[in-house]
Design a protein around this ligand. Structure first.
Ligand SMILES: NC(=O)c1ccc[n+]([C@@H]2O[C@H](COP(=O)([O-])OP(=O)(O)OC[C@H]3O[C@@H](n4cnc5c(N)ncnc54)[C@H](OP(=O)(O)O)[C@@H]3O)[C@@H](O)[C@H]2O)c1
Length: 319
C-alpha cells in the first residue's frame, strides 16, 4: 500500500544511479508530488514523464546558486532530496574545484534556499568520510576522510549540521543494482566485460559492503515519510573484496568467474587512496527507518530480474 501523505518533493540529480531509483521508488511507494530535476534539457525517462505525480521536470545545475534559488522559490517543495554529486573519487582528487563546487557548494545553495521556504532536506553522504581503520562504523564514529571526495562529503554534512535546516543525512556505501546510466557502475562493468568474454581486473584488498541501491532509495522514502533528522548508516550486511564481489556477480549472472583477475590496490598519482575496509553498523536504520537490508545473493537476484524486465523497454547499458 502506498504511503498516504502528499509532500511536494524536489529531487536533484534524478538521472544519476541513485536519483533514478529514488524517483521510481517515490512513484511506486508514495503519493508525493514530485519536481524532478537533473542537468539535462529533458527528462530522460519517457515512461515517467506522464506520471500524474510528476508535477514538473526542471533542468537544474546544482552548482548554480541562482538556478537553485529560483527552482526552490518557484516550487516551494516540502522536502529536497539531494542525489546530485560528483562521485568519481579520482576525478575529485584531481579536479578539486569542481568537486568542492558540486559536493559542497550545491548543499550550501540548497540550504540558503531551503531556509527561505522552510523546506527539509535529505542528503546522501558516504562511507568515505571514514578512513576504514575502525570498521564497522556507527553513526557517532569520528570521521577522518582519506581522500578529497571524502573531505567534500564530510564538508557537506558539516554545512548541513550547522545550517538550522531540518535535515537527514543518509550515509551509503558501494551501490549496485539495475541502472539506465551513462556511467555504468562496478557491477554493470563486471557484467559487460564478462558477457563479452573479456577479463575483468578487481582489487583483492579493498573491502566494502555492496549495497543494493533499492535499499538506499527506500531509506530516502522512509526518511521523508517519518520526517527523520540526523544521520543514518545504510550498507549491505557483508563486507567483501571487490574481487570476491565480481566473482559473486559472475556466478549470479551465469558468467565465467575465471575471467575475474585478482589485482592489489595501489594508490598512485592517478588513483586516490581509499579506505581498505569499510562497513557500517546499520541497526539505527533498521529500527528507526524499518529497513530490511538486502544480502548480496538476494540483491544480485533482484538485479538479474530487474535487468530482464527492463532490457527490451529501456536502453540499459548492458551489452
Ligand atoms: N555510488 C556509490 O557507490 C555511492 C556510495 C556512497 C554514497 N554515494 C552518494 O550518493 C549520491 C548519488 O551518487 P550516484 O551513485 O547516484 O552517482 P551518479 O550516478 O554519478 O549520480 C550523480 C548525478 O549527479 C549529477 N550531477 C553532477 N553534477 C551536477 C550538477 N552540477 N548539477 C546537477 N546534477 C549534477 C550527475 O549528472 P551527470 O550524469 O550529468 O554527470 C549524475 O546524474 C552522491 O551524493 C554520492 O556521493 C554514492
Amino acid at each position: 500500500m502506498k504511503i498516504r501523505h502528499r509532500d511536494i518533493v524536489l529531487i536533484t540529480g534524478a538521472h544519476g544511479f541513485l536519483g533514478q531509483h529514488v524517483l521510481r521508488t517515490f512513484l511506486d511507494e508514495t503519493h508525493c508530488d514530485l519536481i524532478v530535476t537533473a542537468r539535462d534539457e529533458k527528462l530522460l525517462f519517457d515512461d515517467v514523464a506522464d506520471e500524474p505525480q510528476v508535477l514538473a521536470y526542471q533542468k537544474l545545475d546544482v552548482t548554480e546558486r541562482n538556478e537553485v534559488k529560483e527552482a526552490i522559490a518557484l516550487y516551494k517543495p516540502d522536502v529536497i532530496v539531494h542525489c546530485a554529486g560528483l562521485v568519481d573519487v579520482d576525478r575529485c582528487e584531481h579536479d578539486r574545484e569542481l568537486a568542492w563546487k558540486t559536493n559542497v557548494r550545491s548543499v550550501e545553495h540548497i540550504i540558503e534556499a531551503a531556509r527561505k521556504t522552510d523546506a527539509r532536506m535529505v542528503h546522501i553522504s558516504s562511507d568515505y568520510v571514514f578512513d576504514g581503520t575502525r570498521t564497522p562504523y556507527a553513526e557517532n564514529a569520528v570521521p577522518s576522510p582519506l581522500n578529497y571526495y571524502g573531505r567534500t562529503k564530510l564538508a557537506s554534512e558539516n554545512a548541513l549540521r550547522s545550517s538550522g535546516v531540518n535535515h537527514c543525512i543518509l550515509r551509503g556505501a558501494f551501490f549496485y543494482g539495475v541502472e539506465v546510466h551513462r556511467k555504468p557502475s562496478f557491477a554493470i562493468n563486471v557484467i559487460k566485460a564478462l558477457t563479452r568474454n573479456e577479463t575483468f581486473e578487481a582489487f583483492t584488498d579493498l573491502y566494502a559492503p555492496p549495497t543494493l541501491v533499492d535499499d538506499i532509495a527506500l531509506a530516502v522514502i522512509r526518511a521523508v515519510e517519518y520526517k527523520k533528522n540526523g544521520i543514518y548508516h545504510i550498507a549491505g550486511p557483508e563486507m567483501i573484496s571487490r574481487y570476491e564481489f565480481a566473482k559473486r556477480i559472475a556466478t549470479a549472472f551465469h558468467l565465467n568467474p575465471e575471467l575475474v583477475i585478482p589485482i592489489p590496490f595501489v594508490a598512485s598519482e592517478t588513483r586516490a587512496d581509499r579506505p581498505r575496509h569499510s562497513s557500517f553498523v546499520t541497526l539505527k536504520a533498521q529500527t528507526e527507518l524499518g529497513l530490511r537490508i538486502t544480502g548480496i545473493d538476494e540483491g544480485l537476484q533482484v538485479m538479474l530480474r530487474g535487468i530482464h524486465d527492463m532490457e527490451d523497454e529501456r536502453q540499459i547499458v548492458y551489452q
